[in-house]
Design a protein around this ligand. Structure first.
Ligand code: SAM
Ligand code: DTB
Ligand code: SF4
Length: 349
């Protein structure tokens, strides 16, 4: 019987999944994964920091908060042409989605036309577009949608009861409000969190509960493993057991069966074997390219070798398939080929 899409997960149910013997948990997660996806396909996104550092917020994990001394210099918003050159390079390297990040608490209205021009340009290259700019008002969300934005990333980051230990300059409810504005504007949501910040297993279950019980499951769920950056308050936190990370991925897959579960920050420090376990547990998306926003990511050659070793391939660009009237993923045209040059999509390039 296919797994139900539920929005009423109880904390104890998710904890009971976390408590399963690992082989049983992996089996259940892998079974759910196969109901909605080809387990050999992994969606590939590339990130670019279009405005780095100098952020007024106090997120305890973040190297871009102005108040921490992390060696990240503040920059101004990049020029559109420079962003488009990076997007062309990402496409040529095999990415299907391009995510633009800005170290803002929230964008100013005068920033929106500049970001809109970037979004329109990236979209015209035939890439899916994603942005993460902080809190949005409803008109800002609508303006980004009109410019061609597909996804907006805004994370819940952790369980509601642990949030106040990590961030003091805004509330959990602020995040939920922005996610509401994003959904109402017709954007797809990318929303996940960070583990390894000293939270308990119950709080990891609490993050997944909060994500799965949103009015709609996020289309993409990035699960970040804390990248410890010297100078941030969370540097020096005890490392999370790698198997606990795998369990978190598996429970995310079971609780949100149709979402892309992304193995996000922290992959550079993971062995190929740990990443393979995460894919077996239902992860089906990665950030691809040498850099996340300010920290490192595996280089392209390492990821190409990993895909080849594991028999994985990049997920076709559903956006282009939709436009051509094809059924989405399985059997669709592969626009992004991580193991070779990207075939021309032709639809908007
Ligand atoms: N300023 C915007 C915001 O906070 O929504 C957008 C950029 S912010 C850097 C995007 C996300 O990156 C955060 O919500 C957090 O989940 C993740 N992140 C930031 N620093 C991280 C770190 N050191 N390790 C893991 N994830 C991190
Ligand atoms: C997400 O959940 N992870 C990405 C993306 N969304 C924007 C960011 C990770 C940032 C890691 C720290 C850095 O590189 O500055
Ligand atoms: Fe600013 Fe975003 Fe970093 Fe928080 S996570 S300090 S809002 S850039």
């Amino acid at each position: 019987m296919p797994s139900e899409i539920r929005h009423d997960w109880r904390r104890e149910e998710l904890l009971a999944l976390f408590d399963l013997p690992l082989p049983e948990l992996l089996f259940r997660a892998a079974s759910v994964h196969r109901e909605h996806f080809d387990p050999a396909e992994v969606q590939v996104s590339t990130l670019l920091s279009v405005k780095t550092g100098g952020c007024p917020e106090d997120c305890g994990y973040c190297p871009q908060a102005q108040r921490y001394h992390t060696g990240v210099d503040a920059t101004k918003l990049m020029d559109t042409d420079e962003v488009l050159e990076k997007a062309r390079q990402a496409k040529a390297a095999g990415a299907s989605r391009f995510c633009m990040g800005a170290a803002w608490r929230s964008p100013k209205d005068r920033d929106i036309p500049k970001v809109a021009a970037m979004i329109a340009g990236v979209k015209a290259l035939g890439l899916e577009t994603c942005a993460t700019l902080g809190m949005l008002t409803p008109p800002q969300a609508r303006a980004l949608r009109e410019a061609g934005l597909d996804y907006y990333n805004h994370n819940l980051d952790t369980a509601p009861e642990f949030y106040g230990d990590i961030i003091h300059t805004r509330q959990y409810q602020d995040r939920l409000d922005t996610l509401g504005h994003v959904r109402e504007a017709g954007l797809k949501t990318c929303c996940g969190g960070i583990v390894g910040m000293g939270e308990t297993r119950e709080q990891r279950a609490g993050l997944l509960q909060a994500l799965a019980n949103l009015p709609a499951h996020p289309d993409s769920v990035p699960i970040n493993r804390l990248v410890q950056v010297p100078g941030t308050p969370l540097a020096g936190t005890a490392e999370l057991d790698p198997f606990e990370f795998v369990r978190t991925i598996a429970v995310a897959r079971i609780a949100m069966p149709r979402s892309m579960v992304r193995l996000s920050a922290g992959r550079e420090a993971m062995s190929d074997e740990l990443q393979a376990l995460c894919f077996a547990a239902g992860a089906n998306s990665i950030f691809y390219g040498e850099k996340l926003l300010t920290t490192g990511n595996p280089d392209v050659e390492r990821d190409q070798a990993l895909f080849a070793r594991l028999g994985l391939r990049p997920m076709p660009l559903a956006q282009c398939d939709d436009r051509h009237g094809k059924s989405t993923v399985a059997g669709g045209t592969v626009h992004a080929d991580i193991t070779g040059p990207a075939p021309a999509c032709g639809c908007a390039a």
